[in-house]
Write a protein that binds this ligand. Structure first.
Ligand code: MN
Length: 476
């Protein structure tokens, strides 16, 4: 249970100003008063739910309006106080956030129509202000943590919805910590048997391995200190149980083929220290060939930065290390939320660095009116595995796996798609049915006098967006 003292501590640790904290105190009192006497199904006072959401967001260093809105997020819906009360006490920004979150809350997840409607609402809210979704995720996280108190059928519905919508959404926003937590919380409710199976499989290995990792950790800790490097944190990280499950399914259910059950993550102050620590590790233990990865000099296309290496430690055991700075770590764990305090989130149009796919969503909303098509599109184009390719100017474009140059062309612009007469991949002429790979630089050759796509292009594209655009044009 998260108390107000916990929240306050979190704010202080994360350098919120006194002015910020005063505002949060005010919101806490307001919300406590409003929810007075209300209890959650678990028997807890209602306010602990709001506190927990606010605490999650303070941990992500979200801006103060977001934290205040989290404290108030269930006030207009569930208490005698109105939206107007929120507005007059906390201003427009908080009011809009609370309103956005409340709007999302009213839909229940039942059947296809509801699912589609729900997704559309989410995307619409997201395109207006990403913070609404981030609050919603923090809200959902606490609901999942207290799911035991909920009726059985409702429990399953909420957990299923978490796996289908919220976790992929968190993933899409680069919020990996949130994604992982949601998946691991939903797993036992949606697939109880499979959950137990994985638990049993890893129990023994975790026991012996945890002890061993502890030893290695202490060992490297001493060496780092001896070399006068300041580290921010050094932790053994166990792979999430849901991702172990997924990996097991890919590896023929053989737990011995899952090597990276635990990794050691070292967070240091700056980039130079990252390389020093890597040097120290390699001097001590020899690295596995091909497993040293410098994602600092060459970030992954999604922006991920870190050094990775797997080394043979004593007794020949292989251990993976991940080394990065605090900023890199926050970006990797919190994704878009890591930018919020620098005011990059706000309204989509005003945001400097909003993800392109988000802009794309707004288009999809309008283009695909049929709900079945829409869900197919979202599941495939947005939640499936993504590849990252580049325009000749170096802009990163995200596409689903198996996308072709034609998907790329239609993603860039409808006209570019319609006028496409050929493509180059990494400067080489490539046919339009070539499957793109992450890292490819794609150039589309066009002919302005060409107006219509060929009907057989429908077989060459995998994105629903491209399909819809081609069909549209052919109809004309
Ligand atoms: Mn809530």
């Amino acid at each position: 249970m998260i108390t107000f003292e916990d929240l306050k501590k979190k704010l202080i640790v994360n350098n919120y100003s006194n002015k910020d904290i005063t505002l949060v105190v005010k919101a806490f009192h307001f919300a406590s008063e409003a929810h007075k006497g209300q209890k959650r199904r678990t028997g807890e006072e209602y306010i602990y739910h709001s506190l927990s959401a606010a605490h999650t967001l303070a941990g992500m260093k979200m801006d103060t309006a977001t934290i205040v809105a989290a404290l108030l997020h269930d006030v207009p819906e569930d208490t005698d106080f109105s939206f107007e009360d929120v507005k007059s006490n906390f201003g427009n920004e908080v009011y809009n956030l609370v309103k956005g979150v409340t709007k999302l809350g009213t839909l229940k997840y039942r059947g296809l129509e509801r699912y589609a409607e729900n997704l559309r609402k989410m995307f619409l809210a997201m395109s207006q202000d990403l913070r609404v979704i981030i609050i919603k995720l923090a809200d959902r996280l606490h609901n999942m943590e207290t799911l035991e108190g909920v009726r059985k059928e409702k429990r399953l519905r909420i957990a299923q919805e978490t796996l289908d919508i919220y976790a992929p959404l968190a993933n899409r926003l680069g919020m990996f910590r949130m994604k992982t937590k949601l998946e691991d919380l939903a797993f036992p409710y949606v697939y109880p048997k499979e959950y137990e199976w994985v638990q049993d499989l890893i129990a023994d290995r975790l026991k012996t391995e945890t002890k061993y990792i502890e030893k290695i950790k202490k060992n490297i800790q001493k060496t780092i200190i001896r070399n006068h490097i300041k580290y921010v944190s050094l932790k053994g990280r166990i792979k999430s149980i849901w991702s172990i499950y997924k990996k097991l399914l890919r590896k023929g259910k053989d737990i011995n083929k899952v090597y990276d059950l635990i990794a050691i993550r070292i967070i240091v102050e700056d980039v130079a220290d990252c390389y020093s620590v890597l040097g120290i590790i390699h001097k001590k233990w020899s690295p596995l060939k091909g497993r040293v990865k410098d994602f600092i000099a060459q970030p992954k296309p999604n922006g991920y930065q870190s050094l990775h290496t797997s080394v043979f430690t004593d007794f020949g055991k292989v251990v993976e290390f991940q080394i990065r700075t605090r900023t890199m770590d926050e970006e990797a764990e919190y994704g878009v939320a890591a930018h919020s305090r620098y005011k990059e989130l706000g309204i989509l149009g005003k945001r400097k660095k909003h993800p392109r796919w988000l802009q794309h969503l707004v288009e999809i909303q309008k283009a695909i009116t049929d709900n079945t098509e829409f869900i197919k599109h979202v599941k495939h184009d947005l939640f499936a595995n993504q590849i990252f390719v580049f325009t000749p100017k170096g802009d990163v474009i995200e596409l689903p796996e198996n996308a072709t140059p034609l998907d790329f062309a239609y993603y860039i612009h409808t006209e570019i798609g319609n006028q496409c007469i050929g493509s180059k991949i990494n400067d080489q002429i490539a046919s339009l049915d070539t499957t793109l790979k992450s890292g490819d630089v794609v150039e589309i050759m066009t002919n302005k006098s060409r107006k219509y796509p060929s009907p057989h292009w429908l077989n060459l594209v995998v994105t629903s967006m491209a399909k819809a655009k081609i069909k549209n044009q052919l109809r004309k």
